[in-house]
Design a protein around this ligand. Structure first.
Ligand SMILES: C[S@@+](CC[C@H](N)C(=O)[O-])C[C@H]1O[C@@H](n2cnc3c(N)ncnc32)[C@H](O)[C@@H]1O
Length: 516
């Protein structure tokens, strides 16, 4: 970096060595945009169904809704992160991660520069979006919020342990995504050209995280950038095949060297004919450096977030449009990875023209696999449970997918998941406990409150007791009740019996002493 940056190197070094890493959060279930209308705390909270309708036309999830932010949260929000709606800086010592609001998925704690990535994706309601390297889920949850519950969201993570952390975070934030544990290559074969937009938030050498993360520093080696760049090119080769003609591909890293940044972006332009798209100039963002790659002037459309120029850690983002017809290099060759000192790319490329439009997408109905008499009985119980819980429900819930005693929302009808390692096809709706069927915690976190028959709003102290696993001593309607706090932020299910509410909060999630 000293060689590349010249005099500027000293500022970067000082920023990395002497300034603390910055922290941030994104409000997920609250939004600040309509906050003014709730300026008077005595004013009634908005009626939930009306709010949901305001945000969403015909879908049934309620990821974000305007509600009064508890004081405790509001006073810990610093200045807004300019490039992310409802993104804020928070104190480095903030204890917001130890609150009931955190465990209720009301916000996601995310490093401010990392928020740049979802903002560059610009997912729109109704789009088909794939987050290809998704764990632990920071970007997936932001993408979900942009989609407002409309469209298709698939989150993939190749690592078998990290994918479960991803699934847990998506459950907590009520994100109804399909979650898969696959290699990009297998997905490229399964879902060619299915997505409007694919995000590759690539595994990288992590140099941008050096002041935040000791492990990133400890694991770095001089070879890391080149090794990572080969992997990044491999992932991109598959990612490109997942995007529909004319769709978008966003590539990001949290590292500083150009081998994994400008040079990968320039390579993708050369290799696949991708077209770099402009990205905004938010305060502290700067252009990518064509001279650190192949001098393609379009590389200046990529964006760098430098720790010494902006308020956040180091990041790189490139947004591409995928052309209508794509040329793939038939060799397995991922191309030579350049040294830091740029050399010219080999322009002569052997082209294999794939007519992407000829292949089309495969249509298929819900899988019949795994249906048995026991499953039919579970579905009958599920219909009874739905009548008990809801006044209305999405049509897809009539055909749940049943696996290992759990009932899931089916995958979107044109997304064929046969043969793939799928953790969930959508929200987990219910679980068999012995001979009985109960609503799953994921459903409590994702459901639109407007369709529920029985709801109980808990005080902050009651929510703390509930999340620690306690029974609530208060009368309520008998049977399953949906419990919420802080103006319809979900906390889970409780079963009403005379004089009290029995606790159905999953044992693995219980925590004592959460703050309010
Ligand atoms: C930078 S992290 C993703 C962070 C995530 N997008 C977020 O915002 O929370 C990169 C991820 O890529 C995964 N990964 C590693 N090797 C991979 C490969 N060959 N193909 C796809 N993903 C890979 C890692 O396990 C890791 O979870």
């Amino acid at each position: 970096m000293e060689y590349l940056l010249g005099d500027e190197w000293r500022s970067l070094r000082t920023a990395m060595e002497t300034k603390p890493a910055l922290r941030g959060l994104r409000l997920h279930r609250w939004t600040i945009e309509d906050d003014s209308q709730f300026a008077n705390p005595a004013a009634n909270l908005p009626d939930v169904p009306a709010v949901v309708n305001h945000l969403r036309s015909d879908d049934l999830y309620a990821i974000a809704h305007p509600a009064l932010l508890p004081h405790f949260i509001k006073e810990q929000l610093g200045k807004p992160v300019p490039w992310m709606d409802d993104g804020f800086y928070i104190d480095v010592d903030s204890n917001l991660g130890k609150t009931i609001y955190h465990d209720a998925g009301a916000f996601y704690i995310q490093e401010p520069s990392a928020m740049a990535v979802a903002s560059a994706v610009q997912a729109r309601p109704g789009e088909r979006v794939l987050d290809l390297c998704a764990a632990p889920g920071g970007k997936t949850t932001a993408l979900a919020r942009s989609l407002r519950g409309q469209g298709v969201l698939v989150a993939n993570e190749i690592h078998p342990v990290r994918v479960t952390i991803l699934a847990q975070n998506l459950e907590r934030l009520g994100v109804p995504a399909v979650v898969v544990n696959e290699s990009p290559e297998r997905l490229a074969h399964a879902w060619p050209e299915y997505f409007d937009v694919v995000l590759v938030d690539a595994p990288c050498s992590g140099e941008g995280m050096f002041r935040k993360d000791d492990t990133a520093r400890a694991e770095w080696t001089p070879d890391a950038p080149k090794v990572c760049a080969l992997r990044q090119r491999d992932i991109l080769r598959n990612a490109v095949q997942l995007v529909r003609p004319g769709g978008r591909l966003v590539y990001s890293t949290c590292t500083l060297n150009p081998i994994e940044n400008e040079q990968v972006a320039a390579w993708a332009v050369q290799e696949f004919g991708l077209i770099l798209q402009p990205l905004p100039d938010w305060p502290g963002w700067s252009s990518g450096r064509p001279e650190w790659a192949d001098d393609n002037p379009d590389v200046a459309l990529t964006r760098r977030l430098w720790p010494h120029l902006g308020e956040g850690e180091g990041h790189f983002v490139a947004a591409f449009r995928v052309p209508n017809q794509i040329e793939l290099n038939p060799s397995t060759g991922l191309g030579a990875v350049q040294d830091v000192k740029p050399s010219n790319f080999d322009g002569g490329r052997r082209a294999l023209v794939m007519d992407r439009r000829a292949r089309g997408n495969r249509e298929n109905g819900p899988s019949k696999k795994g249906r048995s008499a026991g499953n039919d009985q579970a579905v009958t119980m599920w219909y009874g449970l739905m009548d008990d819980l809801f006044t209305d429900h999405p049509a897809a819930w009539n055909t749940p997918v049943i696996r290992k005693g759990l009932l899931f929302e089916p995958a979107p009808p044109d997304l064929d998941t046969t043969g793939l390692k799928v953790l969930r096809t959508g929200v987990c709706l219910a679980e068999l406990i012995g001979q009985r069927l109960g609503p799953h915690h994921s459903l409590a976190m994702a459901v639109n409150p407007g369709i529920l028959r029985k709801r109980v709003e808990l005080s902050a102290d009651e929510a703390t007791a509930y999340m620690a696993g306690n029974t609530l001593d208060r009368p309520t309607e008998s049977g399953w009740n949906w419990l919420s706090t802080a103006g319809s932020i979900p906390v889970g299910w409780g079963k009403g019996v005379p004089g009290r509410v029995n606790n159905a909060y999953p044992r693995g999630l219980r925590r004592s002493g959460l703050l309010t």
